[in-house]
Design a protein around this ligand. Structure first.
Ligand code: LLP
Length: 424
């Protein structure tokens, strides 16, 4: 459920007319709903109420400072995967002991920054990383709390580009080798292996792959404890999917996910961490775009909109579906037209949807892409020298631009002309 609903014949974001935001900031833009962000965070928080737990928002999914600050104030921890994300979490007021650092390629600089600024745990993904982290921690005279990310070799049954839990993926350490690698970590001077981490992929719409992975983690916890390690926490990753296509999908709810976690690992008495991104951010955001032209083609009509693949790359990159709705509420039973909905970029891949049934749309009418809050703005680029589009945060009847649209001058002035090209 979200807070983008039709009222009085048009689309609202909470208590703000979407058309009013468009009039103020221009199109295209992202708009996020505070109430939806908080509700989704709280659903996870409540689903884990049976245990000590921390919901660490996956910053990669939506990293605007205003969003991070909103979630930090609600008590969220953060899952970060780069020095930049770590700096964002700290700047949003998240205490270091609520930040987990994931990722296969952490550098010494990133490790140093997190060890100095405060960190809950590093999720370590390889033996070489263990050695380097122990070395960096020892040099700083501290002990790094760690989980080792294990790869449980389960099929997450999601898009190949976002599945991470099969043995052929680059992530984690094969679970069969985990005991040896934990023993190695326990012997290194700068590390305290106190947790196990697993993350098998993103946009999972079935609990079974999670269940298989968590059962393996439960088994491993008991083995490691028998080996003498004090495993206190389990980081169970993110990945719970959302209904991108509302008419025909109903992924499991956070409460069902929480129950399954309790069934699989609840008996171990561990503190539980999860790292959801998409389920918190996805349906909290829409992308609003204006229709530039309606063009009749061979056997199809094109809606040419002013958003493009550089603003929202998910359809081009993952063949992802986003529901697309008119901002003006269609009359009940209106005839439907099949449109190809495309952006202005000079690539055929700049197609958001093919033969999508919509009520008739005219040039100058606004449409909204739903479920665009996660992996939308954060994956945007300025391809075709299209300035990054603004982000707007709505809270009740107020809204604010939380990242402004750069002017052409802003965009151009980021480049530097070397001395030999400057006029003397
Ligand atoms: N934890 C780790 C270690 C991850 O790699 C990810 C996502 C998450 C948590 C959060 O997963 P979520 O709850 O958001 O599914 N750009 C792609 C998604 C990439 C996901 C990468 N890892 C997309 O637009 O679908």
């Amino acid at each position: 459920m979200d807070h983008f609903l039709y009222r009085d014949g048009e689309l609202w974001a909470e208590d703000v007319r979407v058309a009013d935001i468009a009039a103020k900031v221009g199109t295209p833009f992202y708009a996020y709903s505070t109430a939806t962000l908080l509700r989704h965070f709280q659903l996870f928080d409540e689903a884990l109420n049976w245990a000590d737990h921390l919901v660490c928002f996956a910053v990669k999914s939506l990293s605007n400072q205003a969003v991070l600050t909103t979630l930090a104030r609600a008590g969220a921890g953060m899952d970060v995967v780069s020095g930049g994300e770590y700096a964002r979490a700290i700047a949003a007021g998240v205490p270091g002991d609520k930040i987990v650092f994931s990722g296969v390629g952490k550098t010494r600089d990133e490790m140093r920054a997190a060890l100095t600024g405060g960190i809950r745990q590093f999720n370590v993904e390889s033996e070489p990383e263990l050695l380097v982290l122990s070395d960096v921690a020892t040099q700083l005279g501290v002990i790094a709390p760690i989980a080792i990310r294990v790869n449980p070799d389960v099929d997450a049954k999601t898009h190949a580009k976002i599945a991470t839990g099969k043995s052929e993926n680059k992530f984690g350490i094969p679970i069969a080798r985990a005991r040896d690698v934990y023993a190695m970590a326990a012997d290194l001077p700068g590390l305290n292996p106190l947790a196990i981490d697993v993350h098998i992929g993103s946009q999972l719409t079935d609990l079974e792959p999670f269940r298989l992975a968590y059962q393996k983690v439960a088994e491993l916890t008991e083995q490691l404890r028998a080996d003498g390690l004090d495993i206190q926490r389990l980081d169970l990753g993110g990945g719970l999917g959302i209904p991108y296509e509302r008419s025909n999908s109903a992924p499991p709810l956070p409460i069902e996910y929480g129950q399954m976690i309790q069934e699989t690992v609840g008996h171990l008495g561990c503190e539980i961490e999860i790292e959801p991104g998409r389920l918190i951010a996805g349906n909290s955001g829409i992308l609003v775009t204006d229709t530039i032209y309606v063009k009749s083609g061979e056997g199809r009509d094109f809606l040419i909109v002013d958003a493009a693949m550089n603003d929202l790359i998910r359809p081009a990159m993952y063949e992802a579906h986003h529901d697309i709705i008119p901002v003006k509420e269609p009359v009940a039973g209106a005839e439907q037209t099949a449109y190809d909905i495309v952006g202005p970029i000079c690539e055929t891949g700049d197609t958001f949807a093919k033969a999508r049934n919509m009520p008739p749309i005219k040039a100058g009418e606004l449409v909204a892409f739903r479920s665009a809050g996660a992996y939308g703005a954060v994956m945007a680029s300025e391809y075709n020298s299209r300035p990054l589009i603004p982000e707007v945060l709505v809270d009740g009847d107020q809204f604010a631009v939380i990242r402004a649209r750069p002017t052409y001058e802003d965009m151009i002035s980021r480049d530097t002309i070397p001395s030999w090209l400057q006029d003397t």
